[in-house]
Design a protein around this ligand. Structure first.
Ligand SMILES: COc1cc(-c2[o+]c3cc(O)cc([O-])c3cc2O[C@@H]2O[C@H](CO)[C@H](O)[C@H](O)[C@H]2O)cc(OC)c1O
Ligand SMILES: O=c1ccn([C@@H]2O[C@H](COP(=O)(O)OP(=O)(O)O)[C@@H](O)[C@H]2O)c(=O)[nH]1
Length: 490
């Protein structure tokens, strides 16, 4: 009989898609290729995302693993969505009938339907066909604990979440200060909020949750979820923390940035990079240049310009990628000359994983996207989180207040996450070896977490064990989708 298929429904964004696919490849490899992988591909809502997805598909087709791509029929994107999360969840939801048909039409047994977090309502499609469903959480265990508890908060808290006196209580986390509430849920009147409450509720009906984290990285939130503390009287599905899963397919060890790092002393360079969507206005760039000049540390700074849509209508899913920065326009006169030899400003996509792996890097000023955080911890690099969008304010809080692997950086959320030069200078000094206790603690903790990450995925580690439990559960749950049987009889 054919190996049971893991059927994946990822959101089209590279971070979401690659992190889900890499995780499922681990399941495949750890089970001795006892499964195959079929990716259900939705037509992405932008041309840019479409070409990225196609590039991934070509690369995976050449990987030699049993990975198939099934393109779902196109649906019309919702034209009246007002929020990004609302758009993503609704657009995915419109594919439900096509997912049902494609799943029912699978030729062999199906082990599970693995759903992006924004696709959680499709657990119902899987249940109707008698197929197990797993939500793939590409963000933190803390965000998972938050989302599972959100329907309870919705009933219990009348105020806006960023106005709760003493902070929002989420089982497994320290009380969440107003400034750390994730972006989609700061306004209860927004459809984004409503969608996140719904997603959190639908997570509870999945067969399991696969999380790109490790028990030792986030023991508090993961233990709270496992103990059923998220929703009183309603146990959460089993969580499989199988991470860190880093997508290491695109290494570029001879890149110009890496060559520049080769000439720098160990742990001397602060690296600044802000994810696939981060970019800054000229006023913010001026503050950063002032901070870097004043603190005097060596730096490698990935500086991007506004997305081409910034002057017009944005991409409907909010995934506007920044453009390459025009450094002559953006940087103050003389900055490049004054920092020559000590600093490099890189205006386009940089090989972040290779940079974080380099011994010259001593600290990371990051937007705090979870993939960036995991890459940093994998190499034991302490951080100063500068959250910009999505759930990153929660990530920043967790990194500083719970995990202790980062120094705080005060961002003004009401001014588009603006950071003053003096504040950035203070944080970089602390991160890079100033006298203060907070920097010393962050460096120590990041070194500890490097070991935690590597131990977790090694044979006998917690993530390795979770992967084995997951493979067993998938194997035991594999079945022919119900409609398929009916179709075969007909
Ligand atoms: C987790 O909560 C949110 C996540 C996102 C979000 O959406 C998104 C959409 C795209 O079309 C492309 C993306 O790359 C993308 C990324 C993204 O968030 C980041 O996802 C990473 C994993 O891929 C990782 O978890 C980072 O920490 C996330 O910040 C958007 C959103 O609201 C707009 C969320 O609330
Ligand atoms: O110049 C860049 C910017 C980002 N990244 C990679 O893009 C991913 C960003 O994912 P993350 O979850 O941190 O944030 P997102 O971009 O989804 O907000 C990470 O793997 C980074 O290594 C990169 O390689 N070079």
């Amino acid at each position: 009989m054919a190996a049971p298929a893991l059927v994946l429904l990822p959101e089209w964004g590279s971070g979401h898609l690659m992190s889900m696919l890499e995780s499922c490849k681990r399941v495949l490899l750890s089970s001795g290729k006892a499964f195959s992988i079929t990716l259900f591909v939705m037509r992405p809502p932008t041309a840019e995302a479409t070409s990225e997805v196609e590039a991934h598909a070509r690369r995976e087709a050449a990987s030699g693993l049993d990975i198939r791509f099934h393109r779902l029929p196109a649906v019309e994107p919702p034209a009246d969505a007002v929020g990004v999360e609302e758009f993503i969840a609704r657009y995915i939801g419109l594919h439900a009938p096509h997912v049902r048909d494609a799943l029912a039409g699978m030729a062999g047994p199906v082990a599970a339907l693995v759903l992006d977090m924004f696709a959680a309502p499709l657990v119902d499609v899987a249940r109707d066909l008698g197929v197990p469903s797993y939500v793939f959480m590409s963000s933190t265990g803390a965000m998972l604990a938050f989302m599972l508890h959100l329907p309870v908060l919705h009933e219990a808290v009348a105020a806006e979440l960023d106005e709760v006196e003493g902070g929002v209580e989420v089982p497994g986390l320290p009380p969440l200060p107003p400034a750390s509430v994730p972006c989609p849920v700061v306004d209860k009147k927004s459809p984004n909020y409503t969608w996140f409450v719904r997603l959190g509720d639908r997570f509870m009906d999945a067969t399991g949750i696969i999380a790109n984290t490790a028990e030792g990285l986030e023991p508090g939130p993961l233990a709270a979820v496992a103990a059923g503390r998220s929703v009183p009287g309603r146990p959460a599905p089993p969580v499989y923390p199988i991470g860190p899963v880093l997508s290491l397919g695109d290494r570029s060890p001879s890149h110009e940035c890496v060559a520049w790092l080769d000439a720098q002393p160990p742990a001397s360079v602060v690296f600044l990079c802000f994810g696939s969507m981060g970019w800054f206005e000229p006023a913010q760039v001026a503050e950063i240049t002032a901070a870097l000049e004043r603190c005097g540390h060596r730096f490698l700074w990935v500086l991007r310009g506004p997305p081409s849509s910034a002057t017009g209508a944005g991409a409907p899913d909010g995934s506007e990628h920044p453009t390459d920065a025009n450094l002559d326009e953006l940087l103050p006169d003389g900055f490049v000359e004054r920092t020559k030899g000590k600093g490099l400003v890189w205006p386009t996509w940089a090989p972040q994983k290779d940079i974080l792996a380099h011994a010259a890097v001593g600290g990371f000023v990051t937007h705090g996207g979870w993939n960036s955080v995991l890459e940093s911890l994998w190499h034991g690099v302490p951080m100063a989180p500068w959250p910009l969008y999505a759930e990153q304010h929660l990530n920043a809080f967790e990194l500083v207040a719970d995990m202790g692997v980062a120094v705080p950086l005060r961002v003004d959320r009401k001014r588009d996450n603006f950071v003053e030069a003096a504040e950035l200078e203070r944080a970089v000094r602390s991160l890079m070896g100033g006298e203060g206790e907070e920097g010393r603690r962050a460096r120590e903790k990041a070194a500890e977490m490097k070991a935690v990450c590597r131990d977790a995925v090694a044979e006998g580690g917690s993530s390795h064990a979770a992967l084995q439990r997951l493979a067993e559960a998938l194997h035991d749950g594999a079945s022919i989708p119900k409609h398929s049987e009916a179709q075969q009889r007909a």
